[in-house]
Design a protein around this ligand. Structure first.
Ligand code: CP
Length: 321
């Protein structure tokens, strides 16, 4: 790579995208693209984090984020600690901070942390030792920075590097979505001015995170001519009963089906962070159809997480490739 500074220069933790500049965000996407397209990407980079150790602390379930961080760390040559919160001494009352410090004392320098509470990952980072990096793998509804990075990489692969004219629609359970908050932050950093957000009133954001986006409850109107539709999972685990009174009404008004996708630009692409509630927020024929990039997002997740781990644990190695 030809950058004058390594991707991770000065980056200590990745807690939100506010830890990045637009330039360092772009550099991470460039680096992820190298990892994604290298013909021997499962073996060629195993020297980069040799001698490092990475641990996932997932206080909430995960399939994609947890597995892709694990593969990413392995493909960079790091030791990976499979820490299972459910069978750990957390069950005996050990605090999250003591858990982190205990694993840290074993020589682990990288922690990938998911937590149901907003701000909990940043709090843990505040207790980490000086040589330790903490990556937010999702905290409550606050932030999911590596999801946003993989979403941006996927959009860039499909639509090119100029985000300024891109029209992106984010639909669904915006209120409870860390994915939406981080995606909007990333889109803004990349210069996207055409951000629309669509949800029923009860699921619209109740904070300032999405201020400046065009907000509507009318899906058919919002989807007209957009270049990308980012569907969100209905997060029933974060809702109080009754927030969505009727799933049938939700399907009727907010499910992306083939008819609605036909209102978007003809070459519009469909993203979803997963896991999918099939036939709730998205019809199966759309999720599995030719305009869907959902599995491309998953594949990009490994490459993005390789770039993030390298930037935090071995900054500057990208210049040597
Ligand atoms: N998108 C996402 O964070 O998926 P997981 O919950 O499976 O990690």
């Amino acid at each position: 790579m030809t950058m004058s500074k390594g991707v991770g220069a000065g980056l200590r933790h990745l807690l939100t995208l506010a830890d990045l500049t637009p330039q360092s965000l772009l550099a991470l996407l460039d680096r992820a693209q190298v990892f994604r397209t290298h013909p021997h990407n499962t073996t060629a980079f195993r020297h980069l984090l040799a001698g490092h150790a990475v641990c996932g602390l997932f206080f909430e379930p995960s399939t994609r984020t947890r597995s892709s961080f694990q593969l990413a760390a392995q493909r960079l040559g790091a030791d990976v600690l499979h820490f299972d919160v459910a069978t750990s001494s957390a069950g005996k009352g050990e605090s999250d901070v003591d858990t982190l410090r205990t694993i840290e004392a074993m020589g682990v320098q990288g922690f990938v942390v998911r937590h149901p509470r907003e701000g909990a990952v940043a709090e843990l980072a505040g207790h980490a030792g000086p040589g330790t990096a903490v990556i937010n793998a999702g905290d409550g509804r606050h932030a999911h920075p590596t999801q946003a990075l993989l979403d941006m990489l996927t959009l860039r692969q499909a639509k090119g590097a100029d985000f300024s004219r891109l029209r992106v629609l984010i639909v669904g359970d915006v209120r409870h979505s860390r994915v939406a908050r981080s995606a909007v932050q990333a889109l803004r950093m990349l210069g996207c001015a055409g951000i629309r957000v669509c949800a029923p009133e009860a699921l619209l954001p109740d904070d300032e995170a999405l201020a400046g986006s065009e907000i509507t409850q009318d899906f058919d109107a919002a989807i007209a001519s957009v270049d990308a539709v980012m569907m969100l999972r209905l997060q029933r685990e974060r809702m109080q009963d009754g927030v969505v009174a009727s799933l049938d009404d939700y399907r009727r008004d907010y499910r992306l089906d083939a008819r609605r996708l036909g209102l978007a630009a003809p070459d519009a692409v469909v993203l979803h962070p997963g896991p999918i509630n099939r036939e709730v927020e998205i019809a199966s024929d759309v999720a599995d159809g030719p305009q869907s990039l959902i599995l491309q997002q998953v594949a990009n997740g490994v490459a993005v997480r390789m770039a993030v781990l390298e930037a935090l644990l071995a900054p500057g190695t990208d210049r040597a490739e």
